[in-house]
Design a protein around this ligand. Structure first.
Ligand SMILES: Cc1ncc(COP(=O)(O)O)c(C=O)c1O
Length: 442
């Protein structure tokens, strides 16, 4: 289909756009109508190179025939069936595929429809686990400053990005936060994991001293914090968190919504960072974003404890109408097959050194105060304009889009995460366009 024959809206009023400047957009719409491989195409037929895999999710690139056909086939066979007290084979197969990929011992998979639902599901499972062990006083949930775990009340409460919280009142009680690990003074322009900051994990001991370990259910962190603008964990930090959690019987949850499915050059962040959590959340790359789907993978111990402690009947009073939706399951199976056949993590690993050098070559561009890279991710932090936080990066975003490259900005940080199929010329174009834009708007 030609772009010009695709449907266009004649009314932009009704759609209340998420996380958007609705008023600006509706005056200056940027409409994407088609996607293929590494690129989007606009309603004017312009090609936009995707520097962000959509929203960190189209890891295998766009319009993958294998995934599309699997969805079409499943839609024709069975559009929907409940998974409450009933099953359909494809959901079990999708769960088994995920369990094959997660670290050993993390073999149970609960399906959701998004990263936000995965975060809230993981927190609920953690509470149910402690209750099942007779420790129902463990209700406290520990997140981290600058963490992002989606927009449900659970994820928002443990999340630590002020802007996501301030409109919404009191949130969950019994939540506390670890400090974030961003330390420009010691770690600016680090390639890979920063040298400094392992001691920040010891702050968990301070929270234990403050609240009592017997009140703490779980700690949730992103292995690499993405949405806040790419914060890579200092060397040894996650290992230390794991040790402290073990010492005090606290569950460790990794939010792998962006680090899962190859982004760090391994199946999961847990693999690259060599720390196995008790519970992992995921979404995005699970289906290559072709159909919404999220998942929570838990240790066998967590599952067995919850399931076996329950009297006969439903063991966990939680689930979504669309948990294990047939179309999403079909998309997940096809995506995970592609992930393996094309060795997407291997591709990310192979391009990482080139990516790292290319990203760090922007170091001398005007107003660049930090660059951080890890796996196939880069965060480029700009000095905010006086009294106008975020404005400089937003100008960069718009300029890049006009020049044919999609980047993502959060505050004054440009976050890059191309599809894992990207090759060196794509890297050159993404970072070349970004460099020009930073110079142009300086
Ligand atoms: C780490 C993390 N958790 C949760 C979410 C929320 O996912 P969703 O937007 O699918 O609800 C995101 C989204 O970017 C994320 O990066």
């Amino acid at each position: 289909m030609n772009e010009m024959t695709l449907p266009r809206p004649n009314n932009l009023d009704s759609f209340w756009m998420p996380y958007s400047d609705n008023r600006y957009f509706k005056q200056n719409p940027r409409m994407l109508v088609r996607a293929e491989g590494m690129s989007y195409y606009t309603s004017e037929g312009r090609e936009i190179l995707d520097g962000t895999a959509g929203l960190w999710c189209c890891n295998a690139g766009h319009g993958r025939r294998e995934i599309t056909e699997a969805i079409q086939k499943q839609a024709a066979l069975m559009d929907f069936a409940p998974t409450f007290q009933l099953g359909h084979p494809i959901a079990f197969e999708a769960a088994a595929r995920v369990a094959e990929m997660t670290p050993a011992g993390i073999d149970k998979v609960f399906f959701t429809n998004s990263g936000s639902e995965s975060a809230d599901t993981a927190l609920k499972i953690a509470l149910a686990y402690h209750r099942a062990r007779g420790q129902s006083q463990r209700v406290r949930l520990i997140g981290r400053e600058r963490g992002y775990h989606g927009v449900g009340f659970g994820g928002m409460s443990v999340g630590g990005i002020g802007g996501n919280r301030k409109q919404f009142g009191a949130m969950l009680p019994y939540v506390d936060h670890l400090p974030h690990t961003h330390d420009l003074a010691r770690n600016a322009f680090t390639k890979g994991q920063p040298e400094h900051g392992v001691e920040l994990a010891n702050k968990l001991e301070d929270l234990v001293a403050l609240h009592g370990a017997e009140t703490i259910a779980a700690v949730i962190v992103e292995p690499v914090a993405g949405s806040t603008g790419v914060l890579v964990p200092p060397k040894g930090y996650l290992q230390r968190l794991r040790e402290i959690c073990d010492k005090h019987g606290i569950l460790l949850i990794f939010d792998e919504v962006i680090t899962g499915f190859g982004r760090l050059g391994t199946d999961f962040g847990a693999d690259r960072l060599d720390v196995v959590p008790d519970i992992m959340t995921m979404a995005k790359g699970l289906t290559n974003a072709a159909v919404p789907m999220g998942a929570v993978a838990t240790s066998n111990e967590v599952y067995d404890t919850v399931v076996n402690s329950s009297p006969e009947g439903i063991e966990l009073f939680h689930g979504y109408t669309y948990s294990g939706h047939p179309l999403a399951s079909a998309a997940a199976i096809a995506t995970l097959a592609l992930h393996q056949e094309e060795d997407l993590p291997g591709r990310a690993r192979a391009i990482e050194p080139y990516w790292e050098e290319a990203a760090h070559s922007l170091r001398s561009a005007p107003g660049v105060m930090d660059i951080r890279t890890f796996g196939f991710i880069a965060g480029i932090e700009l000095t905010p304009r006086e009294g106008k936080p975020g404005a400089r990066a937003m100008d960069v975003f718009r300029r890049c889009f006009d020049e044919g490259v999609l980047v993502r900005v959060t505050g004054d940080i440009v976050a890059l995460s191309p599809p894992l199929i990207a090759e060196k010329p794509h890297v050159d174009r993404i970072l070349g366009t970004l460099n020009d834009a930073i110079h142009a708007i300086a």
